[in-house]
Design a protein around this ligand. Sequence first.
Ligand SMILES: [Zn+2]
Length: 65
Amino acid sequence: MVIDGEATEDQIKYLNEHIDECAPCYNHYKIDKSVKEVIKHKLGNKTVPPALLDNIKSKLGQQVK
Ligand SMILES: [Zn+2]
């Protein structure tokens, strides 16, 4: 997976350029990163910041529309 840092430099370059031009991919990428932040907090037995959860919810809401 590109997002997990296992992509080649060419793949990352292509992805970054594509995300700049493609709103659905951009939103998807940002949601994926936010979800991983939440998982990180949970694994560390930390409270997930409410702002982060709101952020994800609003992004998911945008996708549903
Ligand atoms: Zn795309």
